[in-house]
Ligand binder design. Structure first.
Ligand code: AMP
Ligand code: ZN
Length: 461
């Protein structure tokens, strides 16, 4: 299996630290707002990475951290006029709601930064003792000049950092590139006790501590979006190396941006769509398909026409499974022949080439076509294969629900149309026609329910 490692800038053979096991750490959300569809791209991709390792029989430990104390949370708490801890609670709950709606499976651990403050203080103390860190007026900084290997991940040079640094207001720092390990708290801000006074840890320290604690001093894969290469991951490596001499994670994987008109989607540029809003318009699987149709390291431009096309492609897969009566034999043994195993190998080959999900999807469609033209003897095997491989990419997770409700978008729209006509008949006091619409729909298995807010419907058997 080959993985592109940002650390070495090449595709490398993946060799797990312990045979059969893989430990993955993904930098998760900063809980100060609902996450946007760009963040979703990164979360979704690593969901697939985890699924794939599991599919291949690895014992996976997948950690996604949650940053629940940070300047951004403090600003948001002032904006919303509620305590920082309430901001965190609100947006962590929203994070779980939205990832669940996206069909992302749970990680094994979701460490919250505020639960590891003691360990962070110990690490900072250790760095100070080893002369990698210095304190000025209650703030503690990491001295990048003390780290001979600084820049190993991003390729940045310390000299260039100085030249390129913004006009530095912070005259406390020895070098403008030195980063904060501990920040003195202002009145009213969240604070913890430390040898340097009351304050809070820096973001880069959080992830080193939580990953080490849950996955060990060295682990297999550390992930995030490419915006995290510098400074976040560079600064994680700097601390880990200073502390243990190890580079922390063996493979550093970074996902490309979701752009909007060629620019990174981000909260600071105010060019984002919230995941929960996009989910109101498009199905989670259509969004997933849209992302996975491109390689994770390429950037993607947000494109609703392509999301709509992805939605059609997914419907196409569902309708072929429905036509082949998949639910009738879903629990039967698949018993693949050599021909089926070859297709499976093609899928695996695509995924093992640095997670080429676009190619993997093309294998799904190859199977779909064989399934469509093979009405008799091998139909079951192809259907089984399509579902088995599709699920690795996170599709078909609610298969029964989707196949049993025999409704596609168009029929939903037609039902709504009939409800509107019924409303018109009622207005004209044409009760006979209004009732006829209700009864005829019922005979098709669609039950109308009049509520004060309008008419709802549900399917009945
Ligand atoms: P944040 O909440 O800003 O810490 O971001 C959470 C994750 O989303 C990180 O791994 C980021 O690298 C990633 N991310 C942020 N913006 C984008 C984007 N436009 N496209 C893809 N990933 C992103
Ligand atoms: Zn992180």
């Amino acid at each position: 299996m080959k993985i592109y490692n940002t650390l070495t800038r090449k595709k490398e053979e993946f060799v797990p630290l312990k045979p059969g096991k893989v430990n993955i750490y993904l930098c998760g959300p900063t809980a100060y707002n609902y996450f946007h569809i760009g963040n979703a791209r990164t979360f979704l991709f690593f969901d697939v990475v985890r699924n794939y390792f599991k599919y291949r029989g690895f014992q996976v430990t997948y950690v996604q951290n949650i940053t629940d104390v940070d300047d951004k949370l403090i600003d948001q708490s002032i904006k919303e006029k509620i305590p920082v801890s309430d901001i965190a609670e609100k947006y962590i709950a929203a994070f779980f709601e939205d990832t669940n709606s996206l069909g992302i499976l749970k990680a094994d651990h979701y460490p919250h930064a505020t639960k590891y403050i003691e360990e962070m203080v110990s690490l900072i103390k250790e760095l100070e003792e080893k002369d990698y860190a210095y304190e000025v007026n209650g703030d503690v900084y990491f001295s990048i000049n003390a780290d001979k290997k600084y820049g190993i991940l991003s390729g940045k040079k310390i000299e260039d950092l100085k030249a390129g640094a913004r006009v530095e207001k912070n005259i406390q720092k020895k070098h403008p590139g030195d980063f904060t390990l501990w920040k003195r708290s202002k009145p009213g801000e969240p604070k913890w006790q430390s040898p340097w006074g009351e304050g809070r840890p820096g973001w880069h320290t959080e992830c080193v501590v939580m990953s080490r604690k849950l996955l060990g001093e060295t682990f297999d894969i550390h992930g995030g979006g490419i915006d995290l290469i510098f400074p976040h991951h560079e600064n994680e490596i700097a601390q880990a190396q200073a502390s243990t001499g190890s580079i922390h994670a063996r493979y550093w994987m970074h996902g490309g941006y979701l752009n909007i008109s060629g620019e990174k989607m981000s909260k600071s540029l105010d060019n984002f769509f919230l995941t929960r809003d996009v989910l109101k318009k498009y199905d989670a699987e259509a969004i997933r398909f849209f992302f996975l149709s491109k390689h994770y390291r390429s950037s993607i431009d947000y494109n609703e026409d392509l999301i709509k096309e992805s939605s059609h492609a997914m419907k196409n897969l569902y309708s072929i499974l429905k036509e082949s009566d998949y639910l009738q034999y879903k629990n039967e043994d698949a018993s693949y022949s050599e021909k089926h195993k070859k297709l499976k190998d093609q899928f695996i080959e695509a995924m093992e080439d640095d997670f080429n999900t676009a190619k993997a999807i093309s294998v799904l469609f190859k199977i779909r076509n064989l399934l469509a033209h093979n009405k008799e003897n091998e139909l079951k095997q192809y259907a089984h294969l399509l579902v088995e491989l599709g699920q690795v990419l996170g599709f078909f997770t609610k298969l029964e629900e989707k196949l049993e409700t025999d409704l596609n978008q168009l029929s939903e729209e037609l039902i709504q149309l009939l409800i509107n006509y019924r409303q018109l008949f009622k207005k004209e006091q044409n009760w006979r026609m209004a009732d006829k619409i209700r009864d005829d729909l019922k005979s098709l298995g669609i039950q109308l329910k009049d509520t004060p807010a309008g008419t709802d419907w549900e399917t009945v058997k």
